[in-house]
Design a binder for this molecule. Structure first.
Ligand code: PEP
Length: 254
């Protein structure tokens, strides 16, 4: 069974609900003819409802950028899995490096979120990646292995085939300095190997995304790698024609 490519756009803290609807209204016709690629946009929480309605009947799915691990409770400011599911989300990003860095999210938190995502019929996109300092210190493998071990610790071994892992070197996010295709492929292969120890054969179906300054110009370098099944796109996902071009490249195999 081949892995279906996945292109997910992380809008981060950009776009009001109205701007989000405008963006997907522009995006929909640009990708309407695309087949064989799962396309996801992850707007801010405040735009999910309106963007979800605007996406109805299209080939674009709705994702969230984060979630809490509890289904409900006294967690002021947080959003739960059932709330996201209720809005039509099918994916949720967990463990993005900006959440780890600015909101002190731990590997353990990420693992709890991943479990909660599956419990509420959401597919988690689990983000892992090393900082520049960790890379320069030769600690890339050690850091990612730890993030992955904790990030998947509570998961049922049967979910390996539905898992999505995004390798996002922190130094490549929003910097315009992407990793090379070969390096991203090497790390993705390592990740798949570690996942195989935990999920067995299912790991062959886990989709591995690359994230970090992906553009229409460089997507081909990543999507043609044997271990890479798509991309998590930040900045370029804010621009419908650029995002559509990335999706189109994934459909054409680069
Ligand atoms: C991201 O936000 O996950 C990301 C990869 O951002 P950018 O594409 O802007 O580097």
């Amino acid at each position: 069974m081949t892995r279906i490519p996945l292109i997910a756009g992380n809008w981060k803290m950009h776009k009001t609900a109205r701007e989000g609807v405008e963006a997907v209204t522009a995006l929909k016709p640009l990708v309407a003819a695309v087949e064989g690629v799962d396309i996801v946009v992850c707007p801010p929480f405040t735009a999910l409802a309106d963007v979800g309605r605007a996406l109805a009947g299209s080939n674009i799915e709705l994702g969230a950028q984060d979630m809490h691990w509890e289904p409900q409770g006294a967690y002021t400011g947080e959003i739960s899995g059932p709330m996201l599911w209720d809005l039509g989300c099918t994916y949720v990003i967990v463990g993005h490096s900006e959440r780890r860095r600015y909101f002190r999210e731990t590997d353990d938190d990420v693992g709890r979120k991943a479990v909660a995502a599956f419990a509420h019929e959401l597919l988690p996109i689990i983000c892992v990646g090393e900082t520049l300092g960790e890379r320069d210190a030769g600690r890339t493998e050690e850091v990612i292995a730890r993030q992955l071990r904790w990030g998947t610790a509570g998961l049922d071994p049967a979910v390996g085939d539905r898992l999505v892992v995004a390798y996002e070197p922190v130094w490549a996010i929003g910097t315009g300095r992407a990793a090379t295709g070969a390096e991203a492929n090497r790390v993705s292969g390592l990740i798949r190997g570690w996942l195989a120890e935990r999920f067995g054969e299912g790991a062959q179906q886990t989709r591995m995304l690359y994230g970090g300054s992906v553009t229409p110009e460089n997507i081909g370098e990543f999507i043609t790698q044997p271990e890479i099944d798509g991309a998590l796109v930040g900045g370029a996902s804010l621009d419908p024609p650029a995002f559509a071009a990335i999706v189109g490249a994934a459909a054409g195999g680069g």
